[in-house]
Design a protein around this ligand. Structure first.
Ligand code: XMP
Length: 518
């Protein structure tokens, strides 16, 4: 792999993704990794990420200098560039000159292997206080900016390079080119990592892990569990049984999409548990959001455990072999964030990604734990999964249960499902699915307002539209939907959904508002 050394902040994940966009496999490792641990991974190249620290700060993250003696090509970025410069005998100065954001950079020669054939003057994304004031011996300065005499350097003999700016950020126009020049030209790594290979590798790994054992997978209707189950099914066929809990809090058509479209495209054996009444009974009279979440989580686990137990018993009765493996759709960011990026010693997995309990007695099968979300989608498409599932926007585990402000009842769920289906259809028809992150549709069940519909007075409920744009759901902005689209949605909902006489738009960013209302 290409190892991306993490010096903190969010840069490492973005770099790892960009390396993979160059069709090269990457893994994130912590900065305190030793040269021996690096060597054990047989990396084809190393990228040092940026980070929030200054090399002058007491206790700022360092790097085992022996890593530079392994003969592996290295690209240092921003903070990683400065760490590299210092380790190799260059100088870093706190000049008091800071550069943040789009910055003009000028090549000082032909740009070397990183930037040859690129314009002499280009805009790059900078974010630094300290600067490299002198390149290490043997290194050529490749570019400068107004406040940095050394904005990039390189040494073709040792195949070591560095840039003060952020090539992983889209604002750096030639950033991806620089990364690819480093990977393919300087380090000589072929561009041969793609979703087809990932599927083939995972199938081999799953077969080795599972053997002839029996496997179960809980399907949520979301992308991750659907793709994970599809790969496992490719690997072990009907040794896999999928369990889908219909808790009655799903959106319109979701159960059918799983039971028909998904099964038709994958051929998986599916057991649906109809737990609709069980969930309604458990939620009766409950209005507090946190209580709703707890109840839904608890009932979900109960239903899954009961289904799993039934399958275990059934398997034991028919051929004596119990179900031993559980598939989880754990993704790479979960693994990195739970410490899995910190070397092999202390890998710990997110056990309850699908809301399943940690003490279920199964060995985990996690075919997506090296992948980012967009890669999972690409693999799902390659496996022929339906677009309604692969392209699905995030939908909370507690479903429509937390989009009814007030008590959850069957009638209210039906009403909200109808309104939500209209919104989704109109957003798709307007071609806006790619632009919005998600658009919760919320029923204010305890609020009523006066309306006039047909020839009479109505006293109905408002529906709230909550379209948001976001990168990762941590922060979000409300999406400026076109007025005529909003008008069409409003018309359709008030005409077609009985009991609703008003449609309102949520114009709050996150923070202060969360994306969901409960
Ligand atoms: P909030 O409302 O916290 O939502 O801004 C952030 C993102 O998380 C989703 N969400 C959930 N997903 N189980 C989930 O699987 C949950 O309980 C849950 N609550 C919120 C929400 O849809 C948004 O994408």
């Amino acid at each position: 792999p290409v190892l991306v050394v993490d010096f903190g902040a969010q840069y490492a994940q973005l770099i790892a993704r960009r390396v993979r966009e160059a069709s090269v496999y990457s893994e994130i490792v912590p900065h305190n990794i030793t040269a021996a641990e690096v060597a054990a991974k047989s990396p084809v190249a190393i990228v040092l990420s940026g980070g929030p620290s200054s090399v002058y700060e007491e206790g700022s993250p360092g790097l085992d200098p022996a890593i530079f003696e392994l003969g592996v090509p290295v690209l240092g970025i921003c903070y990683g560039f400065q760490v590299m410069a210092r380790a190799l005998g260059g100088e870093v100065a706190n000049t008091g000159l800071r550069e943040y954001g789009a910055t003009d950079m000028t090549l000082t020669g032909d740009g070397g292997v990183l930037m040859r054939d690129q314009p002499d003057d280009q805009t790059v994304w900078m974010s630094h206080g300290d600067s490299v004031s002198k390149a290490p011996e043997g290194f050529t300065v490749l570019a400068r900016s107004a406040s940095t005499p050394v904005a990039a350097f390189g040494n073709d003999a040792t195949r070591m390079y560095g840039v003060q700016w952020h090539p992983e950020v889209k604002h750096s126009k030639y950033g991806q080119d620089v990364l690819e020049n480093f990977l393919h030209t300087a380090a000589g790594i072929p561009a041969d990592w793609n979703s087809g290979n990932v599927i083939a590798d995972q199938i081999a790994l799953i077969r080795a892990q599972v053997g002839s054992g029996k496997v179960i997978c809980g399907l949520s209707g979301g992308v991750d569990s659907a793709v994970a189950a599809a790969i496992v099914h490719e690997a072990v066929g009907d040794q896999l049984t999928c369990v889908f809990i219909d808790h009655g809090l799903l959106r319109s058509d979701e159960r059918r999409q799983v039971e028909e479209d998904y099964v038709a495209s994958t051929g998986v054996r599916l057991v649906t548990v109809d737990a609709r009444q069980q969930f309604l009974d458990a939620l009766a009279g409950v209005t507090d959001p946190e209580q709703k979440r707890k109840i839904i989580g608890r009932e979900f686990i109960r239903s899954f455990e009961a289904a799993a137990e039934a399958l275990v018993l059934e398997a034991a009765a028919t051929d004596g072999e119990p179900v031993k493996f559980l598939v989880q759709g754990t993704l790479y960011p979960d693994v990195v964030e739970s410490g899995g990026g910190t070397g092999t010693a202390n890998i710990k997995s997110h056990h309850n990604v699908g809301g399943l309990p940690e003490d279920l007695q199964f060995e985990l099968v996690e075919p997506l734990r090296a992948l980012f979300k967009d890669e999972v989608r690409a693999i799902g498409r390659q496996l022929g999964l339906p677009e309604v599932i692969v392209g699905r926007q995030p939908f909370p585990g507690p479903g429509l249960g937390i989009r009814i402000v007030g008590e959850v009842t069957f009638e209210r769920l039906e009403l909200l499902r109808a309104a939500d289906a209209i919104v989704r259809a109109e957003l798709t028809a307007a071609g806006l699915d790619g632009e919005i992150w998600q658009c919760p549709v919320v029923l204010l069940a305890d609020v009523r307002s006066v309306g006039v519909q047909g020839d009479g007075r109505t006293y109905g409920h408002p529906i709230v539209l909550r379209p948001v744009s976001s990168e990762d759901a941590m922060t979000a902005d409300w999406t400026r939907l076109p007025y005529d689209l909003l008008a069409r949605i409003s018309n359709r909902i008030t005409n077609e959904v009985a009991g609703v006489n008003r449609v309102v738009l949520d114009v709050t960013s996150k923070p202060p508002g969360t994306i969901e209302w409960e």
